[in-house]
Each structure stands twice: as structure tokens, then as C-alpha cells.
Design a protein around this ligand. Structure first.
Ligand SMILES: Cc1ncc(COP(=O)(O)O)c(C=O)c1O
Length: 381
């Protein structure tokens, strides 16, 4: 079976985790700090706050900017469910924004339309707290356009950069453009710490709040004379030292891994040229890191996607859908009454997207086999 992903774990990762276990110092300490420093150097922000996973990172980001029950957060419609869940977990309401069907990313024109609708709502408009685009599948959203729309609306942009470590947009690095960025180090990401996440921000005061929120609400730099450190109700979303140690060794491989993924993605692109399977669209100025290589099936084959996935599996290729149409998932559909047609571009890509195997150790022969198997299967349904 050609797996959808295989993490790049090597001797240095194993040695780092072993050394940490032997040290007896297992929770958030110097190794986590070293990983945060490596992330800060990679992303280019002053502050990095490592946490347990990107879900926690996004949740803490919303809490830190003061999202409270009854607030609204503009969020892309097509993403892993976390991106909307964290808004609900704050007691706030997601206001979904449709995507550009070519890039799968939040469409700036759709964001403008949503804001115009909200402008008519008077008091409700005042509850708008942030815009939360996702850098879907490792390609940055148009942060220039989205960022300036958010600034005009007087709200911060939070980047869900879970999949996008190393990605760029017109030279800007993922996680460095918005008020805060959130990353994941889940094994399906370019580098992994098992579970793991990080927040990036240039705002020192916000970083201090985030550090308190991840550690039981303890102020990391207490004021002189403070009798105790507990300044707010906080979570425990600290990273372990094993994860921190592995993050450091993994980070050293990032450039190598991304280079390999880009090369393999270009080979896939070549194999699909002129066929009825659409390879990922990469606009000028975008540095895509291909956390996932996501194709679009021809419209006529959309209904057969489950059969296509089953046939690929039979023929030794592990594949999956793209990601989720969040407004149409059970919880959001039932609570807010969304229907097909409300987000037409998300409807389309949710039906047609198909993710193919991609990992650093994949061979050219495996890419060719996956591509030819997919083309063969699509032509037979
Ligand atoms: C876009 C996006 N946001 C957030 C997450 C959540 O990341 P984690 O699994 O680290 O909580 C994911 C996970 O895949 C994701 O794809």
C-alpha cells in the first residue's frame, strides 16, 4: 500500500526523545524553549508559544483576543472541523465565508460580501471579533487582500497555519502576517512532534496572555509584589519536553522535506497535465508547501468518488477526500440551518477533491504509479 503520508523520523529524532526521557525532565522546559526559538527563526515572529496541538493553539488565540459568548468570528467554510469548533467552544458563532474553488482558500470577495451583510445588522456588527482564514493544504490564503479587508473592518486576522509551515505569499511567511498564527505538528504535517502546536505573534502583550492561558493562568512574568501568579483562568496545554526535543530535530529537516514535497508535487502535476484530473492551482507569488496534494476530479466523476477511493485502495493506493464543508456537518447544519447552495464553491470542492499520497521518502516510481492508477480508475467509472 502506498500510504497517504509517512513522517520523516530518523535516528536524531529517536536519540533526542531518548535523551529527554533519560534526563527525567519531561514537561515544558529548555527543549520546548529551543523549539520555540527555532520556530521563531523559521516563521520570523518575535514570540512563539508552543502548545499541545493546533486546536489548543486556535482556542487560546481566540480567548486571548477576548472572544466571549455571543461574539462572531468570520471563518472559512472549507476546513478541518477544528477551525469552526474553537469558535463554538468560546460560545461565539462562526460566520462562514466561501472559498475560491481553485485554491480552496477563503475568497476575499466572499469576505467582503459577508461583511456587507453584517454591516446591516447594527449592534450585531459590533460583536465581530476576528477573521480566521486557513492556509489550506499548505498554500497560503491571499493574506494581502484578506488582511486589508480585516484592517478596514477594524478586526484582527488570525491565521490557521496548521498545514503551512514554510509556505509564503508574496514573500511573507505563513504565521507572520496576522495578529497571531497557529501551527500543527500532527504526523500529517511536514514536520511532526506526534501531537503538537504553536502560536506565533509579534505582539508581546498577547504572547504573555497566551503563555498564561497555556499554563493554568499563571503570569509568565509576574508584576513585582504579586503574591501569587494566578491572573486568569487558564488551561494546561503545555508541550512535553519529548515533543520539544523532537521539534528541534525535525525543524532541521524542514527545508529538505519541503523541497522533496515540492519536487514530487511537480511530478504529479506533470502526470496530470492534459488529463481530466485537475492538479492544485498555485497562483503567482504563492509558495505552496503541499501539506497535502489535493486534486479535483472531473464534475462527472464526483458522485463516484467513494467508489474511486475504494478502487484506489484495492489497487494499493491510500487516498482520501480533501477536507470538510464545515457548515454542512451535522452540528453546524442543525444549529444554524445551513443548506447546500449557501456556499457554492465549498459545495463543489467538497464533492470533488481527492488527496493523494505525498511524503518525503516517496519515490518517483510511486508518484507515477499513483497518478496512472488514478487516471485509469477515473476513466473506468
Ligand atoms: C486547517 C487545520 N486547522 C487545525 C487543525 C488542528 O490541528 P491539530 O490536529 O494539531 O489540533 C488541523 C489538523 O489537521 C487543520 O488541518
Amino acid at each position: 500500500m502506498i500510504r497517504i503520508t509517512v513522517p520523516s523520523i530518523e535516528e536524531d529524532d529517536l536519540a533526542a526523545v531518548r535523551e529527554t526521557l533519560q534526563s527525567g525532565f519531561l514537561v515544558q522546559g529548555p527543549r520546548v524553549k529551543a523549539f520555540e526559538d527555532a520556530m521563531a527563526a523559521e516563521v520570523g515572529t518575535k514570540n512563539v508559544v508552543a502548545v499541545t496541538n493546533c486546536t489548543a493553539a486556535l482556542h487560546l488565540a481566540l480567548l486571548a483576543i477576548g472572544v466571549v459568548p455571543g461574539d462572531l468570528v468570520l471563518v472559512t467554510a472549507y476546513s478541518w472541523i477544528t477551525t469552526a469548533n474553537v469558535i463554538e467552544l468560546c460560545g461565539a458563532q462562526p460566520v462562514f465565508v466561501d472559498v475560491d474553488p481553485k485554491t480552496f482558500n477563503m475568497d476575499p470577495a466572499a469576505l467582503e460580501r459577508r461583511l456587507a451583510e453584517l454591516a446591516n445588522l447594527g449592534e450585531t456588527r459590533k460583536r465581530l471579533k476576528a477573521v480566521l482564514p486557513v492556509h489550506t493544504f499548505g498554500q497560503m490564503a491571499d493574506v494581502d487582500a484578506l488582511g486589508s479587508i480585516a484592517a478596514k473592518a477594524g478586526i484582527p486576522m488570525i491565521e490557521d497555519a496548521a498545514c503551512a509551515l514554510g509556505a509564503t505569499w508574496n514573500g511573507k511567511r505563513a504565521g507572520s502576517v496576522g495578529l497571531v498564527g497557529a501551527f500543527s505538528f500532527h504526523p500529517r504535517k511536514a514536520i511532526t512532534t506526534g501531537e503538537g502546536g504553536a502560536l506565533t505573534t509579534n505582539d508581546d502583550a498577547l504572547a504573555r496572555t497566551l503563555r498564561a492561558l497555556r499554563n493554568h493562568g499563571q503570569d509568565p512574568t509576574p508584576e513585582p509584589g504579586a503574591t501569587d501568579p494566578f491572573v486568569m483562568p487558564g488551561h494546561n496545554t503545555r508541550m512535553t519536553e519529548m515533543q520539544g526535543a523532537m521539534g528541534v530535530t525535525q525543524m532541521k529537516k524542514l527545508a529538505r522535506i519541503v523541497t522533496a514535497r515540492k519536487r514530487l508535487a511537480a511530478r504529479y502535476d506533470e502526470r496530470f497535465r492534459g488529463s481530466n484530473v485537475t492538479p492544485p492551482h498555485v497562483p503567482a507569488g504563492s509558495g505552496h508547501v503541499y501539506q497535502s496534494y489535493v486534486t479535483l476530479l472531473p464534475e462527472a466523476a464526483a458522485a463516484a468518488r467513494p467508489a474511486i477511493l475504494a478502487k484506489l485502495k484495492e489497487r494499493g493506493v491510500e487516498a482520501t477526500i480533501g477536507t470538510w464543508h464545515m457548515p454542512l456537518t451535522q452540528y453546524f447544519r442543525t444549529k444554524y440551518g445551513y443548506r447546500k447552495g449557501d456556499f457554492p464553491a465549498s459545495d463543489d470542492v467538497f464533492a470533488r477533491a481527492l488527496t493523494l499520497p505525498l511524503f518525503e521518502a516517496m519515490t518517483d516510481a510511486q508518484v507515477d504509479e499513483v497518478a496512472s492508477t488514478l487516471l485509469d480508475v477515473v476513466s473506468s467509472v
